[in-house]
Design a binder for this molecule. Structure first.
Ligand code: GLN
Length: 720
């Protein structure tokens, strides 16, 4: 890969480049020692400010600040952010009256004030440390899945409750919403349309009963085994209890338990306020609604009178179930089954939309604490019990299949709602009224299936980032850094055990980093004889296709590395195995000796930073800067983020790094500075920016030499 020549025509620096402030007092940016920072400043707040102050002009653009929240999936109406953003908007409005320029910017003092009362959430947003870090990427995938599922027109709305039997376009309604445990939100399709919750009320009623009576008492009246039968089957277990709380009989039973304690202590007809038994059913329903509101992040659920009436008129099966259970003495004392049935049907007629239902699911995913209010709604043990039963019994007589193929706690309802919980990650709600013959939403199941095919959300999926499924808990750059750079590091350090364990997890031995450097290059460069031998064995092993002569960015092979570093016995070993030289034009590593030693080596965040720079991912670079990762750190070849941003021509990233006070002339293993990279790859604008800020290079590409290319000379050098 011959180096490209620098063009002679001078270029005008872009406005982006000229916007970089490089006054000497701020040259250390956010990444120098604390004593270079303004006095009296909170370092944590200052770090965020500097990470967002792209061009180091001591102000943060409001647009950039707001974009941070959009990027992580926090909505501008998020109650938690409301105060902080409101305060800023107010200040900006005031400033707007004075001057135009300032309308776009937030001063340091205003920034501090705005973030102070919300520092933890804002810090995590700016640092990209949300449970789903690459929220945009995840959202794009979900949209793709959603559109595929939309094509599925199978099934029909429930018809045994007349009000649920939607016709025409209404039958094809389709919505999806997601809320993560950090309150990251996504809504698709008809996510704002209200529908009755039906059986998705069952887990909530079960939780309320658990909170009131404890698991032991509740399970004296209802079992916890899948029934293997339809949701409204007239059947009890061997102890004459309903099989579980997720089917009709069980939910009628948990409804019978809710508020029962209060009722027993009330005296009928007494008139002294709260102790009055009259109005007890109303208060019980109010309490349930209050609980739902808390689960929804203090938003109000609705109630559908027509669905309630419609169901009551056609509830023969549920009446039959209740009479059957009464005949078997299954209810606690003092239960009026007509009252209980009405209450059960009222719970089914509560109305939510996908957006609210996803917050309910997220509250369960978050162990009972609502992610958007931070308020505890249920105890952790309550939620654990509920999720266990949703996992084994939540999808009617499809529960076993669902647990096997999808592996997530979920609950469906005959209105077409499916509530899915990914514990410790997020809650989903999918709503589409067409049902299959078991009563589950066809599109709901289809969506879940595609979701776990794409992401490692099945509770038994491999969580070690090596399965072919994506892990939304990691951003793609993290995954790359963990797989590729860790293996290369291990090779450069001679850690054969780590290499073997990575390979067993299906990491590719031929993987290459942003400079196309491979484990074998580094093993050769660092004279790791047993690692080189291991890779030679791999290459000659039948069925494995490991190339002994991969070429890096400079055209060099592992054998070139061995020559360049003068490792004579490695050269022999590699040549015997058939390795050949490339046409690597690296420069002269001797020139680099002094500067290289100063490079700060850090891992694995360094690897992420360099990948981000090489991909031009300014959002990721900013997030790492906000985490306090020094922008000048170098990898195993002493390559830095600035080298890679320059090599790939990412001007915005180059400007950001320079504005943050990073030295512009770090040298890599071969003595190349970022300017060398920019020139070699013909990125004139980047080269000019680097020169403007003191960029120098070992030598221009015109005189680039092939270092120690003569094998004889290399051998002699090694012997000396
Ligand atoms: N209200 C419905 C019923 O009792 C709930 C059933 C369901 O959603 N599976 O029949």
């Amino acid at each position: 890969m011959p180096g490209r020549r620098e063009q002679n025509t001078p270029r005008v620096a872009s406005s982006l480049a000229s916007a970089i402030s490089a006054s000497p007092d701020v040259r250390n940016g956010g990444h120098a020692s604390a004593d270079a920072w303004p006095i009296g400043v909170d370092l944590r707040e200052e770090r965020l400010f500097r990470a967002l102050d792209d061009d180091n002009d001591q102000a943060v653009r409001l647009r950039d600040f707001e974009r941070v929240f959009a990027e992580v999936g926090l909505k501008s109406h998020d109650k938690r952010l409301h105060d902080s953003l409101g305060l800023l908007k107010h200040r900006i409005e005031t400033a707007r009256q004075v001057t135009d320029e300032i309308t776009l910017k937030i001063s340091r003092t205003d920034f501090y004030q705005a973030i102070r009362h919300n520092i933890l959430l804002i810090e995590r947003a700016v640092q990209g440390r949300m449970v789903i870090p690459d929220f945009q990427g995840f959202a794009n995938e979900l949209e793709r899945i959603f559109e595929q599922v939309r094509q599925n027109k199978a099934g029909a709305p429930a018809d045994y409750i007349p009000q649920l039997n939607l016709q025409g376009a209404a039958a094809d309604s389709f919505g999806m919403a997601l809320c993560s445990i950090d309150g990251q939100r996504l809504s698709l399709g008809d996510a704002k349309e209200f529908f009755s919750v039906q059986s998705t009320s069952k887990p909530i009623s079960y939780c309320i009963a658990l909170e009131e009576h404890g698991a032991e008492t509740v399970h004296r009246f209802v079992g916890r085994e899948p029934s293997g039968a339809g949701f409204n089957e007239i059947a009890l277990d061997k102890a004459d209890r309903p099989h579980n709380p997720m089917i009709n009989a069980g939910a009628i039973m948990t409804c019978a338990l809710i508020g029962l304690g209060d009722k027993e202590t009330l005296s009928p007809g007494s008139h002294d306020g709260l102790a009055d038994a009259r109005g007890w059913s109303g208060r019980r329903f109010d309490n349930v609604m209050k609980r739902w509101a808390k689960l929804c992040g203090n938003d109000l659920p609705r109630f559908s009178t027509s669905v309630f009436l419609s169901e009551r008129e056609t509830a023969d099966r549920n009446y039959a179930l209740a009479y059957f259970m009464r005949e078997k003495n299954a209810f606690p004392n003092n239960v009026d089954i007509h009252d209980v049935l009405e209450f059960y049907m009222q719970c089914c007629a509560i109305e939510l939309n996908c957006e609210l239902m996803s917050i309910v699911a997220a509250t369960l995913a978050n162990g009972g604490i609502c992610p958007v209010t931070g308020e505890r709604v249920f105890r952790t043990e309550t939620v654990r019990n509920c999720l266990s039963l949703m996992s084994s019994c939540g999808m009617y007589d499809f529960s076993g299949e669902f647990a096997f193929t999808i592996g997530l706690p979920a609950k469906s309802g005959v209105s077409g709602a499916v509530m899915v919980v990914v514990p410790n990650v997020a809650g989903f709600c999918i709503w589409s009224p067409r049902l299959d013959e078991l009563g589950n939403s066809v599109r709901g199941i289809d969506f879940c299936q595609r979701l776990v095919n794409a992401f490692n959300f099945h509770s038994l999926d491999d969580l070690s980032w090596h399965s072919s499924k994506k892990d939304p808990r990691m951003n793609p750059i993290q995954v790359k850094a963990r797989q590729v750079n860790e293996l290369i590091w291990a090779a450069s350090k001679g850690d054969l055990g780590a290499i073997q364990s990575q390979l067993q997890r299906d990491v590719d031995a031929a993987c290459a980093d942003y400079d196309l450097r491979t484990p074998l290059h580094l093993a050769a460069a660092e004279d790791q004889r047993h690692v080189v031998q291991f890779f030679i064995d791999e290459a000659t092993h039948q069925g494995r296709n490991l190339d002994l002569n991969p070429k890096d960015r400079w055209g060099g092979t592992p054998l070139d590395d061995a020559y360049l570093q003068g490792h004579a016995s490695l050269i022999e070993l590699l040549e015997k195995a058939g390795a050949i030289r490339g046409d690597g034009t690296y420069g002269n590593s001797d020139d680099a000796a002094g500067a290289k030693a100063q490079a700060l080596l850090d891992s694995p965040k360094t690897d992420e930073l360099i990948w981000a720079a090489s991909l031009g991912d300014i959002v990721a670079v900013r997030r790492l800067a906000a985490q306090g990762i020094p922008l000048e750190t170098a990898d195993y070849d002493y390559r830095t983020a600035l080298h890679l941003a320059a090599a790939e021509g990412h001007l915005e990233v180059v400007c950001y790094i320079i504005a943050h006070g990073v030295p512009v002339n770090p040298t890599d293993r071969w003595g190349n500075t970022p300017l060398n990279d920019a020139i070699r790859h013909g990125h004139d604008e980047v080269a000019e920016v680097l020169r403007t800020h003191g960029g120098a290079c070992r030598e221009e590409e015109t005189s680039m030499m092939r270092a120690k290319t003569d094998p004889a000379e290399a051998r002699m050098a090694a012997e000396r």
